[in-house]
Design a protein around this ligand. Structure first.
Ligand code: ATP
Ligand code: MG
Length: 465
């Protein structure tokens, strides 16, 4: 894995100088370490990065939203001015939030890619899923603070890091937009010293120095060319130029002194996790009944097996597949005994098959006495909410047992693994073409979540009843 060091610029306070800092710091860092790739992108909804770095008029077809779609981040880069690579901004991040499923998606995606060097992420002033992804991936989080409220806001960033087992030292605060004309009496002579004292008092680390408020710097984003100029080219005679130079040196030293890189850590965790998922998959596979629960058809491994249904009991210690025809024969015989003509049965089967890919079936058995059991059959939506249901009484010595055929009671007995159970639940769903896909981590997790919810609902119903 290539060595990369991620710097996120974050603050929940708006207008503290995050974007100005991220864009300019990228250029100063590139100046310090010419051989090191420097990549910049922003999760804010404006186009400052593009306005400062775009070379010529042609823009790329890629943008930052693709960092969450499985694209290789290295393929999204545009070569920008001042030797900085950047990823184009996107106006649609808010609408696309749903594609970001977890806070580690960005870190995992970059850790799998060939992107290397310094990666600088400008964030929006909201602790949304994009900011959280940036924080999760970061080796260093730079927090510009310009006043006491922006310092108070650091707490949420520190809490987020703590929740993810990261040290508070990942955060480093930087007083920004400091008006150097203001002086106080007493031990802290200006707002920089006061802010730094507050920050240290609250256990935060700070960079040496600050970034002053400068009318010249402010004017760099508004000019007739429509471009945004960096301090290094258009504000060289300001104190901010010296302050950014000093800051870049400190950031670069931190990079050189950094122990294990964050993305390396993430990639090791990912490797361990994938190992664990593979083990869990294997044990689910071993637990699986080897052939159709009704007939002897063998389950093909890693092959297409259309029209199969996956079934599991609520303890997860019994699972298997049933072929579609076997399954509906079982249902129609036991749950719809009133349909005795073949045509009626066929019609109902067609209706049930038609709705099967959008729903799940829950079979519940409640033992009434030693001779009889009540079977409740529920159709559920994809979230496990009941849509419809029917109840029937089944006798232990029903006609199907006598004919030596499989019956629902047999199935429940098999799932109980020889134990007498008063109450049992079986959850059933149609599989996709490769039936074993349901045992893969994410699919199985979803399945378990639904099953757990059904059991909680049942518990609540029982308590209420
Ligand atoms: N050192 C500075 N001196 C004067 N003005 C500055 C300085 N740094 C930034 N500004 C100005 O302050 C305003 C806010 O800066 P910037 O956009 O960088 O903040 P931000 O934290 O990214 O804001 P947001 O939270 O809205 O994304 C801008 O108009 C910018 O030009
Ligand atoms: Mg900004």
């Amino acid at each position: 894995m290539p060595r990369s060091y991620v710097i996120a610029i974050a603050s929940e306070k708006g207008g503290v100088g995050k974007t100005t800092l991220a864009t300019n710091l990228a250029i100063y860092l590139k100046g310090l370490a010419e051989d090191l790739p420097v990549t910049l992108f922003s999760f804010d909804n404006h186009f400052t990065v593009d306005q400062m770095f775009q070379l010529g008029k042609t823009s790329s077809t890629h943008n930052v939203s693709e960092l969450f779609t499985g694209s290789n981040p290295a393929d999204l880069l545009s070569n920008g001015q001042y030797g900085v690579d950047y990823i184009q901004s996107s106006r649609n991040l808010f609408e696309l939030q749903h594609q970001v499923k977890s806070i580690d998606q960005l870190a995992q995606n970059i850790s799998r890619s060939t992107l290397s060097g310094l990666i600088i992420i400008d964030t929006s002033p909201i602790l949304d899923i994009y900011t959280r992804n940036a924080l999760y991936a970061a080796d260093r989080v730079i927090v510009p603070i310009k006043d006491a409220p922006s310092l108070e806001n650091c707490r949420n960033l520190a809490d987020f890091l703590a929740q993810n087992n990261r040290s508070k030292t990942v955060l480093k605060l930087l007083p920004c937009l400091i008006d150097t004309r203001i002086h106080f009496d007493g031990p802290f002579r200006n707002s920089y010293q006061l802010l730094k004292a507050y920050a240290i008092n609250r256990g935060y680390r700070c960079f040496e120095g600050f970034i002053a408020k400068s009318p010249k710097v402010e004017s760099l984003s508004t000019n007739p060319s429509g471009k945004i100029y960096p301090v290094i080219t258009h504000g060289r005679n300001t104190e901010v130029h010296l302050q950014l130079t000093h800051l870049a040196r400190q950031v670069y030293l931190d990079y050189l002194e950094q122990g294990p890189m964050r993305l390396k850590e993430v990639s090791n965790e990912l490797f361990d996790q994938e190992e664990q998922f593979a083990q869990e998959y294997k044990s689910r596979l071993n637990n699986l009944q080897p052939s159709c629960l009704c007939c002897d058809a063998q389950i093909p491994r890693d092959e297409i097996w259309p029209n199969a249904y996956f079934l599991e009991n609520s303890t997860g210690n019994f699972s298997g597949f049933i072929e579609e025809d076997c399954f509906f024969e079982l249902l129609l015989q036991d749950c719809y005994p009133e349909l005795n003509s073949r045509e009626q049965q066929k019609l109902l089967q067609e209706i049930l098959v038609g709705s099967a890919n959008r729903s799940l079936l829950l079979l519940q058995k409640t033992q009434v006495n030693s001779e009889q059991a009540q079977i409740d059959l529920f159709r559920l939506d994809q979230h496990g909410e009941k849509i419809s249901g029917r109840s029937i009484l089944l006798k232990k010595r029903g006609r199907f047992q006598r004919q030596g055929k499989m019956s629902l009671l047999h199935l429940f007995n098999q799932a109980a693994k020889g134990q007498e159970k008063y109450f049992q639940q079986l959850l059933i769903r149609q599989t996709d073409k490769n039936p074993l896909n349901i045992l893969q981590h994410h699919n199985y997790l979803e399945w378990q979540t639904i099953f757990n919810r059904i059991q909680v609902d049942h518990q609540l119903d029982t308590e209420a009843g």
